[in-house]
Design a protein around this ligand. Structure first.
Ligand SMILES: NC(=O)c1ccc[n+]([C@@H]2O[C@H](COP(=O)([O-])OP(=O)(O)OC[C@H]3O[C@@H](n4cnc5c(N)ncnc54)[C@H](O)[C@@H]3O)[C@@H](O)[C@H]2O)c1
Length: 333
């Protein structure tokens, strides 16, 4: 291995964020071991990486122990969209909790640094706005989203207990809503849904009046934040919010997508799902101060790049992607 080159494990490396992270680490000259069970990840996301001799792919479920030799671990394995994490909620909790235990155990044995992809969902339906890292959240422990929210909260607990008890080097990123190429068209997330609906000329479905707000971080900004956090000084453990504080209503997002695609689609309203947060916006002062990080890609620019990705994907599939085929999880693997 060359000086400064590391062998880095990325769990969930075939997923949306994981695939961008693998590409970035390879571009930096590192070796990457991508571990994924392909529950929501796709081969297409990592197709271009497979021919790189520094890239290795291992099909493995992180709920089982893993014995490999690496210098650093990014733990991203976990379905992130409500449709997918609610499909098998017990497996979702297991992935977060047993997955964290297994990866922390591996990091402990190897004495290496480990980063956890946590989430803004640990804040639940927040009553503090924008959310700062010291806010403990407002989470329903028994609802249909709890497998994800509480699983991720428990994973954070485990990271900090391993840190205190075993003096391990940990990093916890609380990721806010991120979008970009390599998202699945069938994941039910608002950006992918609106873009596919607009490109297909279908009605754009908004929940409630579309007045709930969200912030949207473009994927390259997010990956830059994870990279900076992993390489930050030892005492910077997080949790640190990584997201874009620009706040938009869902209706504004839909209108932007219609304008940028030139679509004839109409907006239609549907009932709000259970525990849908009304507002979600990161306070990123800690990331700015400790990591020198802030997002740089404006929503319109990120949407244009994401629209180009989905347009190509839809063309590849001969525009045979409809609302019905989109909800079939295997349609684009
Ligand atoms: N994308 C976002 O906006 C967002 C926001 C907050 C947090 N996150 C977190 O970032 C991480 C990546 O999210 P994403 O958007 O790329 O989701 P994704 O569903 O595209 O990727 C998750 C990957 O993990 C894999 N995986 C799931 N369960 C596994 C298991 N038991 N063993 C091995 N692999 C498994 C999937 O096959 C997939 O490749 C997740 O931990 C998610 O909770 C993402």
């Amino acid at each position: 291995m060359l000086l400064g080159q590391k062998r880095i494990l990325v769990t969930g490396g075939a997923g949306f964020l994981g695939s961008h992270l693998c590409r970035r680490l390879l571009n930096q000259g590192h070796e990457v071991l991508c571990v994924d069970n392909f529950s929501t990840g796709t081969r297409r996301n990592i197709e271009e990486l497979i021919s790189d001799p520094r890239f290795e792919l291992l099909r493995h479920n992180v709920t089982f122990p893993l014995f490999v030799e690496v210098d650093e671990i990014y733990n991203l394995a976990c379905p992130a969209s409500p449709i997918h994490y609610q499909f098998d909620p017990v497996q979702t909790t297991k992935t977060s909790v047993s997955g964290a235990i297994n990866m922390l155990g591996l990091a402990k044995r190897l004495k290496v640094r480990i980063l956890q992809a946590s989430t803004s969902e640990v804040y639940g339906d927040p009553i503090v706005h924008p959310q700062t890292e010291d806010y403990w959240g407002n989470v329903n422990p028994i609802g249909s989203r709890s497998c994800y929210d509480e699983g991720k909260r428990c994973a954070e607990t485990l990271f900090f207990d391993y840190h205190r008890q075993h003096k391990m080097s940990i990093k916890v990123a609380r990721i806010f809503n991120t979008y970009g190429p390599n998202m699945r068209p069938d994941d039910g997330r608002v950006v992918s849904n609106f873009i596919c609906q607009a490109l297909l000329g279908e009605d754009i479905t908004i929940f409630g009046r579309g007045e709930q707000t969200r912030s949207f971080c473009y994927v390259t900004d997010l990956i830059d934040g994870l990279d900076r956090l992993m390489n930050s000084p030892e005492e910077v453990t997080g949790p640190i919010n990584i997201g874009n504080p620009g706040e938009f209503t869902i209706r504004e997002l839909a209108e932007k997508v219609i304008a940028l695609t030139g679509s004839q689609s109409k907006l239609v309203e549907r009932p709000l799902p259970e525990d849908d947060p009304k507002q979600r916006q990161p306070n990123i002062e800690v990331a700015e101060k400790l990591l020198g990080w802030r997002p740089t890609i404006k929503l319109d620019e990120g949407l244009v790049r994401t629209i180009a990705y989905f347009d190509a994907l839809l063309r590849e599939h001969g525009k045979k992607i409809t609302s019905e085929t989109r909800v079939r999880a295997d349609a684009f693997v």
